[in-house]
Design a binder for this molecule. Structure first.
Ligand code: SF4
Length: 499
């Protein structure tokens, strides 16, 4: 199965210490992926690279960084969300094409990669071409078909669908590309004569790189010895921004500027809106560290209930949400958070969390509070109930894993074991970001997908047809077909698709 990923990117051109800057940029974006890390850089007319499983600090030693020394580099941190997590899939992916050496890092998830992969394999049937199970390798081969990099990129973006922020490296340039919906963030920055791109601005701050602007949806930005040049591969009027609100709710770092807003400021607004929508009488407001911190602060400000640290986090355990297996996730809850008994004993506690995905983590945390003697526990969630899968690169792919897809809010309250439960409304959430509501993706809450998840729909159709055939063999009636294609089909401008 093709791996899906949500990752962190960095690229820089024109700095004598490009590799060190890339290392720092990846280090600052470690929260976007903790399974593998890699850097590719330029040496003469060749690319060299180093990548491996593990954290940035584990993968790169001083000696390795010295061996990569260059004026231009790209880097990537990654986590897999389905299938095995393996060194083979670590990025940047690097190939030596007939025309040039090329490296690529990808943040996002293609929705038609299975179809493209089948087609590429059909064309190359005597020469199996795929070495990894990532959708990024498809991009690489599509680009490499053309003798010119930019022509190759234009060819590739004409075929691929879904979420992609991409950064390419060849011996003479760094190129950044963002999909027409701009699902994932990608920003451009400058330091002296050097120009850089990154998923989040926190990757710039550590190195004194100044934020310049976003790479726009539908744009290709080339950085070479002449500086940066932007060109559109799709006219602005045909691009429909659908920026991932979940980057603000959970994924991005609070000090980053994402889609024009500072994440901490947005989360604080989410907390304030939550307090207005779901007021409660309590003694203290406690965040789930770390991503619930800003929203809890906002909730405390709006409600006038004191902010307290009831949970203490062990920072040496990875983020629960992005561990690859359910067993590991469950075990980590206990290891990761401890309750300060004196803070909660005999108290009415409002817990503010950024999301409830499977419910197992929340349930364990509430149990810890009860065991520590909390008199009442009220859970407030700074986004709406997550009922639908994300096909654009965040790790909740199957509705069977989503508690809100199966249970009512009241049933979730009982399951988790809280005295009251309140989710922020969709309108409330969208009122906290500064862009127009229609410019954000909300598919995991609404089920309305702006780019049809082609592979998922085909898989669904295939499974239904198989079930129908079996039923017909048994003499039963046929099931309704699920196919609901967008008017433009696979190759058109972004459209809406509802599950
Ligand atoms: S479906 Fe949800 S998580 Fe996925 S891109 Fe849209 S808002 Fe983000």
């Amino acid at each position: 199965m093709v791996l899906k990923e949500a990752c962190g990117l960095f690229g820089v051109f024109g700095a004598p210490n490009a590799v060190e800057l890339t290392y720092l940029g990846l280090y600052a974006q470690q929260h976007r992926g903790q399974e593998s890390a890699g850097i590719a850089s330029v040496q003469g007319d060749r690319l060299v690279h180093h990548k491996d499983m593990g954290l940035v600090s584990d993968v790169f030693s001083r000696e390795v960084l010295s061996s990569l020394k260059s004026h231009a580099a790209i880097g990537h941190v990654r986590y897999s969300t389905t299938g095995a997590s393996s060194a083979l899939n670590a990025q940047p992916l690097v190939v030596d094409t007939a025309h040039f050496m090329l490296a690529v890092g990808h943040n996002g998830n293609l929705v038609n990669s299975a179809a493209l992969r089948r087609e590429l394999e059909r064309q190359q049937r005597f020469f199996p071409i795929f070495h990894t199970t990532t959708d990024t390798e498809i991009v690489l081969y599509l680009v490499a078909r053309e003798p010119d990099l930019l022509r190759g990129i234009r060819h590739a973006v004409g075929q691929i669908r879904g979420a992609y922020s991409l950064v390419f490296l060849t011996p003479d340039r760094v190129v950044a590309v963002r999909d027409p919906n701009g699902f994932r963030p990608l920003v451009l920055g400058k330091r002296g004569g050097a120009w850089a791109v990154a998923s989040e601005t926190c990757a710039f701050d550590l190195s004194g790189i100044e934020y310049v602007r976003e790479v726009e949806p539908g744009e290709i930005v080339t950085i070479d010895r002449n500086g940066p040049r932007g060109e559109r591969f799709l006219p602005k009027k045909r691009c429909a921004p659908k920026r991932c609100v979940f980057e603000h709710v959970y994924f991005a770092r609070p000090d980053s500027r994402v889609f024009g807003d500072t994440v901490h400021v947005v989360r604080r607004r989410l907390g304030r809106a939550l307090a207005r929508e779901h007021p409660v009488t309590a003694d203290l407001v406690a965040p789930i560290p770390d991503s619930g911190m800003s929203a809890a602060l906002g909730f405390a400000e709006e409600s006038g209930i004191p902010f307290e640290l009831a949970f203490m986090r062990n920072h040496y355990v990875g983020r629960t949400f992005i561990q690859p297996s359910q067993d590991q996730r469950s075990a980590n809850v206990e290891i990761k958070l401890a309750v300060v008994r004196e803070v909660v004993a005999g108290k009415r506690v409002v817990v503010v969390d950024d999301s409830v995905i499977r419910g197992t983590t929340s349930r364990s945390r509430i149990r810890l509070l009860r065991e520590a003697g909390a008199k009442e526990v009220h859970l407030r969630v700074s986004c709406p109930p997550t009922r639908h899968p994300c096909y654009y690169g965040i790790d909740f792919p199957d509705p069977k894993d989503l508690i809100a897809a199966k249970k009512t809010v009241e049933a979730i309250r009982t399951h988790i074991g809280v005295d009251s439960l309140g989710y922020l409304s969709l309108e409330g959430m969208l009122s906290c970001v500064t862009g127009p509501p229609s410019s954000y993706c909300t598919a995991c809450w609404t089920g309305t997908y702006s780019v049809e998840p082609v592979d998922a729909v085909r898989k669904d159709i295939h499974e239904r047809e198989q079930r129908t055939e079996k039923k017909e063999e048994r003499g039963g009636g046929s099931l309704p077909r699920l196919a609901r294609r967008s008017p433009e089909g696979e190759g058109g401008t972004p459209s809406s698709f509802s599950r």
